[in-house]
Design a protein around this ligand. Structure first.
Ligand code: BGC
Length: 483
C-alpha cells in the first residue's frame, strides 16, 4: 500500500457538517464518486459471500476433497493479500481511477474464468484473479473516494465503503438463495461480473483525483477535476489540496516502521487485524451453509435462507449501529461489548453442535434434539454476527487507520492489512479440516477462547481514540516511549 493510500485516515476525525450545522450539499459528480465507492464495496463483499452457496453445486459437480474445497474458498484471500500489497504502487503510478478500473476488469475476467471453469484447477485460478481484484479494490477505491471527497464529507464516504461490503455479502447470499434450487453455481460466480461492469461504467466518465494530478505535476487536469467536484468554489478546492500536500510528512523508511519508536502502534495494528480474523468471522461468512447443514437444516433451501437472513441481513443492519455510535460511545466500549457477545454466542453454538454429536437412537428424541440444537445454533450465529458487525468489523478498520503516526501511516496500514488477509486465509484454509479433526463444537469453543483473549488484550492495551486528533494520538506514543 502506498503512502497516499491512507489519506482517508484522518477523515474520521473531520466534522461532517458545514459551519452553520447544516448537512453539506453534494454536487452531481460527488454522487457519482459515492456510487463508485459503494459499488466497489458491494463487489468486494459479493466475492467474499458468494462462495457459501456456490460450494453446494461445486461439490455436486466435481468430487472434490475437503482440502480442495478449502483451497477454492480461501485462495480469494491469498490473491487479495498480494493485490492489497501492490495496489498502493499501482495507484501511485497509473492513478487512482485507473487502479479502480484495473480492479473492475480483473473482477470481470476472474468471474468469467470461474463461471466457465472446466475443472477445479481453472476454478482456483479464477478465484486467485478475483482475489487479486478484491485486494486492489480494497486499497484503491477508499483512496479514490477519500481523495475525491471534500474534507467535510470524507468520513462519510469511507463508511459507505464498509456498508457496501456487508451489503455485497448480503446480495451474494440472496443470489445464492435464488439460484440454489438448480445448483447453478456457475451463474452465482458469474453474476459478480454485473456489478464489475457497472463499476467500469461509473468510473469511466469520472476523472482522477485532483490530489493525484497535483502530485504528478498535472495542474491543469487537477483544476478541471476540482471544477467538477467543487463547482461552487474551485479556487478554495485547489488551495486546500495544495496546502494538504505541503503539510505531508515525508515517509519513514521501511526499517523505521519496525523500529522501537513506533513498536506500540505497530503491535496494536497487527494485533487488531489478527484478532478480527482469528475470532472466526470468515469461517462463518464463507462456510455458513455448511454450518447450517451440520446444525440440522436439511434442505438446501433452508440452509441458504438461514444464511441470507440470519447472517447476511443481520450483518448489514448491525454495521449501521457501529456507524451511528462509534463516534458517540467510543471504540473500546463497542469492541469490548461486541467481544462479550461473540464469546457467549460461540460457546452456545459449540454446545448446539456438541448436542448434535451424540444423537440418541430413539427417533422422537432425535428429532426434538435436532430441532432444539438447530435453533440454538441459529440464534447463536445471529448474535455472533450482530456482535461482530457493531464491533470488530468496522471498529478495527477505524482504529487501524487512526493509530499510526503520519510518517509510517501508509506502511503501517499496509502491514496490518496484510496480516488481516493472511489470518483470513489461515482461518478459511483450515476451518473444515479443523472441524474434521477436533469436531465442530471444539472449533467454535476455540474461536470463543480467541474472543476471550482478544477481550483481555484490548482491555489492557488498546487506548480510546474517540475525540482525539491524530496528532494527539501520535504524541501519546512518543510520551509512552519516553516514560
Ligand atoms: C472484515 C472481513 C469480513 C467482513 C464481514 C470486515 O470488517 O475485514 O474479513 O468478511 O468484515 O462483514
Amino acid at each position: 500500500m502506498s503512502e497516499a493510500s491512507v489519506t482517508g485516515a484522518g477523515s474520521r476525525t473531520e466534522p461532517d457538517l458545514e459551519a452553520d450545522g447544516s448537512a453539506p450539499r453534494l454536487g452531481p459528480w460527488l454522487w457519482l464518486v459515492g456510487a463508485v465507492i459503494l459499488v466497489a464495496g458491494v463487489l468486494f463483499g459479493y466475492d467474499q459471500g458468494v462462495i457459501a452457496g456456490a460450494l453446494i453445486g461445486i461439490e455436486k459437480e466435481w468430487d472434490v476433497s475437503t482440502r480442495l474445497v478449502e483451497v477454492i474458498t480461501s485462495w480469494v484471500t491469498l490473491g487479495a493479500l498480494v493485490g492489497a500489497l501492490v495496489a498502493g504502487s499501482i495507484a501511485d503510478r497509473i492513478g487512482r481511477r485507473a487502479a479502480v478500473l484495473v480492479a473492475a476488469v480483473l473482477f470481470v475476467a476472474g468471474a468469467i474464468i470461474e463461471a466457465a471453469s472446466p475443472n477445479p484447477t481453472v476454478l482456483v485460478v479464477g478465484r486467485l484473479v478475483v482475489g487479486f481484484g478484491v485486494g486492489v479494490a480494497s486499497v484503491a477505491a477508499p483512496l479514490y473516494a477519500a481523495e475525491m471527497a471534500p474534507t467535510r464529507v470524507r468520513g462519510r464516504f469511507v463508511s459507505w465503503y464498509q456498508f457496501g461490503i456487508t451489503f455485497g455479502i448480503f446480495l451474494a447470499y440472496l443470489v445464492d438463495q435464488l439460484l440454489s434450487s438448480g445448483d447453478r453455481w456457475r451463474a452465482m460466480l458469474g453474476v459478480s461480473a454485473v456489478p464489475a461492469v457497472l463499476l467500469v461504467l461509473l468510473i469511466l466518465p469520472s476523472t482522477d483525483t485532483p490530489r493525484w494530478y497535483v502530485t504528478k505535476g498535472r495542474k491543469a487536469d487537477a483544476r478541471r477535476a476540482v471544477e467538477r467536484i467543487r463547482p461552487d468554489d474551485p479556487d478554495a478546492g485547489m488551495a486546500e489540496i495544495e496546502d494538504s500536500i505541503a503539510e505531508d510528512v515525508p515517509q519513514a523508511s521501511g526499517g523505521e516502521v519496525f523500529g522501537r519508536r513506533w513498536r506500540t502502534p505497530l503491535l496494536l495494528g497487527i494485533g487488531l487485524a489478527v484478532f478480527q480474523q482469528i475470532t472466526g468471522i470468515n469461517a462463518i461468512i464463507y462456510y455458513a451453509n455448511k454450518i447450517f447443514a451440520a446444525a440440522g437444516f436439511e434442505s438446501v433451501a433452508d440452509q441458504t435462507a438461514a444464511t441470507t437472513w440470519a447472517i447476511g441481513a443481520v450483518n448489514v443492519l448491525a454495521t449501521l449501529i457501529a456507524v451511528a455510535f462509534v463516534d458517540r460511545l467510543g471504540r473500546r466500549p463497542l469492541l469490548l461489548a461486541g467481544l462479550v457477545g461473540m464469546a457467549v454466542s460461540l460457546t452456545a453454538v459449540g454446545f448446539a453442535f456438541r448436542s448434535l454429536a451424540d444423537i440418541p437412537e430413539d427417533p422422537v428424541t432425535q428429532t426434538a434434539r435436532v430441532t432444539n440444537s438447530g435453533a440454538l445454533a441459529l440464534v447463536g450465529l445471529v448474535v455472533y454476527i450482530a456482535s461482530f458487525a457493531f464491533s470488530l468489523g468496522p471498529v478495527v478498520w477505524t482504529l487501524i487507520n487512526e493509530i499510526f503516526p503520519r510518517s509510517i501511516r501508509g506502511r503501517g496500514v499496509s502491514v496490518a492489512t496484510a496480516f488481516n488477509w493472511g489470518s483470513a486465509w489461515l482461518v478459511s484454509q483450515f476451518f473444515l479440516s479443523l472441524t474434521e479433526s477436533i469436531g465442530q463444537a471444539a472449533t467454535f469453543w476455540l474461536f470463543a477462547a480467541m474472543c476471550v483473549l482478544a477481550f483481555l488484550w484490548i482491555w489492557r492495551f488498546v487506548p480510546e481514540t474517540r475525540g482525539r486528533s491524530l496528532e494527539d494520538i501520535e504524541q501519546m506514543w512518543v510520551d509512552r516511549a519516553e516514560s
